[in-house]
Ligand binder design. Structure first.
Ligand code: GLY
Ligand code: MN
Ligand code: MN
Length: 502
């Protein structure tokens, strides 16, 4: 007798024997107690109408679609932990692992109904929880309560976000409605299936304009919207920095064990990760735990080396809090607790670049790019003093030269927020060329990297890599380091290590 041929998808269920009887179905749906109270309104909810207006006013009369994104396969039927697209998080206030597959739609108001506060009406399309007598309850490993816990009901989601909500199954009709008369844009690189759905609807409804360019304009505007942070965002970034501080304390405390472990860098990485998960949502980006010469590989995330006594260790780490805002901090620590004279010389030069960049960022009328110029002037001067530059610092700093960049090839600053490199789609004139404004949050992170095999530097410098990175907010009183409590002067770093490794 030949067996019925199973599809590969069906074969995934060969490992289980799910009961299918009516008796089972009715029995599992019975006698469940009352549910606990749903969530309160989120603090972010009050900020959403202003964000929607600020964005919507650039796209009057157009339907705007912001997918959260979907689960991504890690291996076979195991997915990565979900993390929403940042534009979706910003416009819904949702964080944590909410809400794979959801879509925010900003529906355009008729011209006569637009006001100075609203040009669009927001609806959040998502998959609300099903009843406990449904098959979904026990059989759907993606949405079912028995598998992933109780999802929010439509009413609860509306309370949490302050938004109108609708079932995800009604999304297609909502997107298609009156298309042709009104146009539609979707956030690019957010969710392939929603992006294709929008493209298909555009074609079916005779919208022939250049969709790619329209969608990219939406991404650009949504990115530029985040250049100035509101007070809620600044307080969330501060929380992320505070968790990161506690993660760095844990790193310092882990040093005695890390120094004896064959892969001490992993011990350090794990020490930070523990705090990021305990007190936050997780990491804003993969931790760089770079001992000795590994510090000279800018994105060293393999973290599989030992800590070597007498060398430095560069750690670049940031915790992301539940609202998905992240910190981005680098500290460079002496493995044995004390800096050597050469390490001290390099460290002091980088620290001076940090301080001068901060001072310049505090001056009125300064542009974003001037912060980098300030840091580079200090770096080039020290390289000249040490006899490393082949030309004078002044010559090197000219755009046509730039020899000093051999030892600091990355930028000094980037905006920081929901993304570690926030506002990345903003136009150059609003980013590098922009005058600094109150509410901007960015990093200051100069460094010096002397690779072990760098024959252009004296031997004593080789293998030393130093970066010091702080997170800064522009206020009415100038630039303030939000991360000022995380030790960074030589004296403070040595005292910190002595205190936590006793
Ligand atoms: N952690 C990435 C950066 O510093 O930009
Ligand atoms: Mn950074
Ligand atoms: Mn960093």
């Amino acid at each position: 007798m030949s067996e019925e041929k199973q599809s590969l998808e069906e074969r995934a269920h060969n490992r289980t024997q799910r009961p299918k009887s009516d008796a089972f179905r009715s029995f599992i749906g019975e006698d469940w107690g009352a549910r606990p109270a749903g969530p309160q309104r989120a603090a972010a909810a009050d900020y959403l109408p202003a964000r929607h207006y600020k964005l919507g006013s650039h796209f009057i009369g157009e339907r705007l679609v912001f997918p959260a994104g979907d689960l991504q396969v890690r291996s076979n039927d195991t997915d990565y932990r979900f993390r929403a697209h940042s534009a979706f998080a910003h416009l819904t206030g949702l964080g944590g692992e909410d809400e794979p597959g959801a879509v925010l739609v900003l529906e355009p108001r008729a011209a006569e109904n637009c006001t100075d506060e609203a040009t669009h009406d927001a609806t959040l399309y998502f998959h609300p929880r099903a009843s406990r007598s449904s098959e979904e309850f026990y059989a759907d490993s993606r949405h079912g309560e028995f598998w992933v816990g109780a999802r929010l009901s439509a009413e609860e989601m509306s309370t949490l976000t302050g938004l109108r909500v609708a079932h995800i199954d009604s999304l297609r009709d909502a997107l298609a409605k009156d298309l042709g008369e009104i146009s539609i844009r979707v956030m690019p690189r957010s969710d392939v299936s929603i992006e294709s759905l929008v493209e298909q609807l555009r074609q079916e409804n005779g919208l022939l304009s250049d969709a790619t360019e329209m969608n990219e304009q939406l991404a650009e505007t949504a990115s530029e919207l985040r250049l100035i942070k509101d007070e809620f965002e600044i307080s969330e970034i501060q929380k992320a920095i505070d968790v990161t501080h506690s993660g760095f304390d844990n790193i310092v405390a882990s040093f005695p064990r890390a120094r004896t472990h064959w892969r001490g860098e992993r011990v350090v990485e794990g020490a930070f990760f523990a705090k990021a998960r305990e007190e936050g949502n997780g990491l804003g980006y993969d931790t760089i735990a770079a001992a000795a010469n590994h510090a000279n590989t800018l994105h060293w995330i393999k973290n599989d080396g030992p800590l070597v006594d007498g060398t430095l260790m560069l750690i670049d780490a940031g915790a992301e809090v539940d609202s998905l805002y992240t910190a981005d901090i680098t500290r460079t620590l002496p493995v044995s607790g004390k800096f050597s004279p050469t390490q001290r010389k390099v460290y002091e030069a980088v620290l001076e670049a940090c301080n001068y960049a901060l001072e310049v960022a505090s001056q009125p009328g300064v542009r974003f790019r001037d912060v980098h110029t300030a840091a580079m002037s200090v770096i080039a001067r020290h390289l000249e003093e040490w006899g490393i530059l082949p030309v004078s610092a002044e010559e090197s700093l000219k755009p046509e030269n730039q020899h000093h960049r051999r030892w600091m090839p990355h930028g000094t600053s980037h905006h920081l927020g929901l993304d570690v490199h926030d506002c990345a789609q903003a136009k150059r004139e609003l980013y590098q060329d922009a005058v600094l404004e109150e509410g901007m949050v960015f990093t200051i992170e100069p460094g010096l990297y002397f690779r072990e095999d760098d024959l252009k530097v004296p031997e004593e410098f080789r293998g030393i890599g130093v970066r010091i990175e702080d997170d800064v907010v522009i206020t009415a009183n100038g630039a303030i380091r939000l991360s000022e409590r995380i030790p960074r002067t030589i004296e403070d770093v040595e005292a910190w290590m002595a205190r936590l490794t006793k």
